[in-house]
Design a protein around this ligand. Structure first.
Ligand code: HEC
Ligand code: HEC
Length: 474
């Protein structure tokens, strides 16, 4: 819409200019130019745009919350027994109506109705008591090894339906994946997500040519489980490359359908699923960030915008009527945030080569994983809602992010989405003398560091406070 208006405006200008005789114009009075520094700093590079498939956002939403892109899991009836009567937060109908929002009721390969986890398992979260689709889950506890739970589910299905039952067979693909994943994706603390590691483990267990399951891992997988804070979906529309390190390049729809690899049969099924993902991507691109719910101070916002445009816009772009976004990759040398996510799994040659030579990286609309040496400066739309901050979720509030000395080394929060700190913008927390408990974020662990991104440090307290007011408004 905005683009159309801009186009029409330009057209009118061109026509008007062509008609007019060239006359000497009076020397214009220099307008008060808003200060804006857009020169990319050293240690940064721009990620160029690549062509993307077009999709239908309404179809994408329907597919996301009812589709069978994951098509194995426990029997629907069993899940309904335990979780039936869940509130219908997504206004779904039929079998989905009383399922928790994070499951889709789908048919497995053998026709058995199962409850399969959907993307909202990681990409929806409560904030101030309300579920927000597209907000990254920041409360799930991956610090507990899930293998015990998986075994319990499997033996329950076996004893309830029988060891030769179609129900147990329908659980098979889910079971074989979770049994190799569980041990390898345990995080050190609650609230962070091991998806980067998950991708490597699942890739290592797939044959690249046809994506069939390989019981043995095809290459050595790094030991460490690097944590990520799940990014908000409403940022996708501005990004030329996906994932924190900007490694997800080429066709974005094909990149994000990779979550199906959990239970996929083979490349033929992948091709069927992939056909729906331009629609899913169109839906993700249609999501708008939630608005800041409290009153804001207009004069602070004006001052804050000026501070932002001088200090931050060169990497994060500009907001409001004239939006810009440079898609800058910032090297870890320049940025100094924890480097492990960029260099561990995402820098693992065997993983990248394997993915790029597989169904994902080949053929029409190919996706590519490209190793980088840093992190993308993300768009900051709706940033007030997406605490904790940095790629590993190591900083609990915006106030702490912008004043690095103030960042807590060990911090604990309640994981109650109502404990939002409207002063510092982020999670209310208590600084602790030490870690050692999964509810306490421990920034001394490799991959969990809270250093770097010192760009707010040289500002005064008042400037930071104005800047935060502005950040609430974008
Ligand atoms: C197990 C949790 C999990 C599931 C399930 C999951 N994701 Fe993600 N997703 C993540 C994490 C974590 C990241 C960030 C990884 C990174 O950048 O290193 C991510 C990144 C993304 C991004 C890139 C966002 C950006 O700003 O770069 C998109 C788009 C996305 N996921 C879409 C999906 C879709 C669509 C599905 C379902 C088909 C899905 N995800 C399933 C955890 C998950
Ligand atoms: C040199 C480029 C650069 C400059 C200048 C810069 N940033 Fe950043 N910013 C980044 C990068 C890159 C990241 C991602 C770092 C990471 O996750 O490790 C980031 C992350 C952030 C985040 C956290 C995003 C999230 O979702 O967790 C916020 C908030 C932020 N910057 C605000 C600012 C503000 C405000 C300023 C100005 C005072 C600023 N930045 C200046 C590059 C920059």
């Amino acid at each position: 819409m905005k683009n159309n208006l801009l186009f029409i405006f330009c057209l009118i200008l061109i026509i008007a200019c062509n008609k007019e005789e060239r006359t000497e114009l009076p020397t214009p009075v220099a307008p008060e130019t808003p200060k804006l520094d857009t020169i990319p700093p050293s240690g940064t590079s721009r990620i160029p745009a690549t062509p993307q498939r077009i999709g239908d956002k309404d179809k994408g939403w329907e597919y996301l919350i009812t589709g069978d892109y994951v098509n194995s899991g426990p029997p629907l009836a069993l899940v309904q027994t335990f979780f039936g009567n869940s509130p219908n937060l997504l206004n779904r109908t039929g079998d989905n109506a009383d399922l928790p929002y994070r499951f889709n009721a789908v048919s497995a390969f053998n026709g058995v109705k199962v409850a399969a986890p959907n993307c909202l398992t990681c990409h929806a979260e409560e904030l101030n008591g309300e579920l927000i689709v597209g907000l990254g889950n920041n409360s799930f506890n991956y610090s507990q090894n899930q293998s015990g739970l998986n075994n319990l589910i499997k033996s329950s299905i076996s004893s309830f339906y029988g060891a030769d039952s179609p129900e147990l067979a329908a659980y098979g693909p889910f079971d074989r994946a979770t049994s190799v994943i569980s041990d390898q994706t345990v995080t050190a603390v609650r609230g962070v997500n091991p998806a980067g590691k998950l991708a490597v483990v699942l890739d290592a267990h797939r044959n690249p040519s046809d994506l069939t399951w390989s019981e043995e891992a095809r290459y050595n997988i790094p030991q460490e489980v690097v944590p990520s804070d799940v990014p908000a979906w409403w940022l996708t529309k501005k990004k030329n490359a996906l994932y924190y390190a900007g490694i997800g390049q080429g066709d974005h729809a094909k990149t994000i359908m990779a979550a199906s690899i959990l239970t996929l049969q083979d490349a033929d099924q992948a091709t069927e699923i992939d056909a729906n993902f331009p629609d899913v991507l169109a839906y993700l691109k249609s999501i708008e960030p939630p608005k800041y719910p409290e009153a804001m101070d207009a004069s602070k916002i004006i001052r804050g915008e000026e501070i932002f445009n001088i200090n931050c816009a060169k990497c994060h772009g500009t907001y409001g009527d004239q939006e810009t976004y440079p898609n800058l990759l910032v090297s870890v040398d320049q940025l100094q945030t924890d480097p492990l996510l960029a260099i561990s799994n995402y820098g693992l040659g065997q993983f990248l080569d394997s993915y790029n030579s597989s169904w994902f990286g080949q053929g029409e609309n190919a996706a590519q994983l490209v190793a980088t040496n840093g992190y993308v400066a993300p768009p900051l739309d709706g940033i007030w809602a997406t605490a904790p901050y940095l790629h590993n979720g190591s900083v609990p509030t915006l106030a702490d992010l912008l004043n690095s000395e103030q960042r807590p080394t060990y911090w604990e929060r309640s994981f109650d989405s109502n404990d939002f700190d409207f002063e510092k913008i982020g999670w209310k927390y208590e600084a602790k003398p030490t870690g050692g408990n999964a509810n306490i974020y421990d920034t001394t662990i490799s991959g969990y560091g809270n250093g770097g991104h010192f760009y707010g440090d040289q500002l005064t307290d008042l400037e930071r406070s104005d800047l935060i007011e502005y950040l609430k408004s974008i």
